[in-house]
Design a protein around this ligand. Structure first.
Ligand SMILES: [Zn+2]
Ligand SMILES: [Zn+2]
Length: 254
């Protein structure tokens, strides 16, 4: 399994437009963060988790000739679904496999109504929406994927666990004990860590470190990062062993 971080930034991206702080003016490419998304290669197939507004640029940067075989979505917020229209080149006639909760499914119809009309304009994306339910594993490309509930303030959203190899969690503020328990023994944990100061709907750095300590994975990578966290180089120095900041373009072999 191969994991590529297509984007590791919070909803504004880093640099944040108009900001001249130390992080936003850093010349380190690791401080340039597009909106959060990952590409996972498993058994010769490519799965994307979330498809935000930077999707087109992310695919061009990574491998513009790559195939895409399925999408998994964590929640309906714009920074996670703003690029679904750009999935159109990947949509087969039978529809592009798109995994999401019932709630996301309903909201997709509201946000992208032209994709779901009876006689759509030729060329618009055509989805094969597949409803997932928390804690009910499903099989995709010979891999077992388990959706796990995490709380984005009061909104339940999903993280995804791939066998016992990888878990991808973004936009969590709190994580139910059932999810913590099911993550014990995971090899690689990807988790959101927004900034140093507490935030009402995202884990801060210290809260994220506390979750990592509870789960105790072999290695953990933080994503969905704000300019308020600080520069990649400075923050990386403060992290315990086995815990890293992800950055755009980072590839992991798992
Ligand atoms: Zn987000
Ligand atoms: Zn800034």
């Amino acid at each position: 399994m191969k994991l590529t971080f297509l984007g590791t930034g919070t909803s504004t991206g880093v640099p944040q437009l108009g900001c001249r702080c130390k992080t936003c003016t850093s010349t380190d490419l690791k401080d340039k963060r597009l909106r959060a998304s990952v590409l996972i290669e498993v058994n010769g197939k490519n799965i994307i988790i979330d498809c935000g507004p930077d999707f087109y640029v992310q695919m061009r940067r990574n491998d513009q000739f790559a195939r895409l075989d399925a999408a998994l979505v964590t929640h309906i917020h714009y920074d996670h679904v703003g690029g679904v229209d750009d999935l159109r080149p990947f949509c087969p006639p039978e529809g592009f496999p798109f995994y999401c909760t019932e709630d996301v499914n309903i909201n997709l119809h509201k946000h992208f109504p032209y994709c779901f009309v009876q006689h759509p304009y030729p060329g618009v994306p055509h989805f094969d929406l597949r409803t997932i339910r928390p804690y009910e594993p499903f099989h995709l490309f010979d891999t077992t994927i388990t959706p796990l509930t995490v709380m984005h303030a009061s909104l339940p959203i999903v993280g995804y666990k791939f066998g016992e190899s990888l878990a991808y969690i973004t936009d969590a503020k709190t994580i139910p004990q059932r999810t913590i328990d099911s993550l014990k023994g995971i090899d690689t944990l990807v988790l959101n860590a927004l900034r140093i100061e507490p935030h009402h709907s995202h884990l801060s750095l210290s809260e994220a470190l506390d979750i990592v300590a509870q789960i105790s994975p072999r290695q953990a990578y933080f994503t969905h990062i704000s300019h308020h966290l600080g520069t990649h180089a400075e923050v990386s120095k403060t992290l315990p062993s086995g815990v890293f900041l992800a950055y755009d373009g980072l590839k992991l072999e798992l």
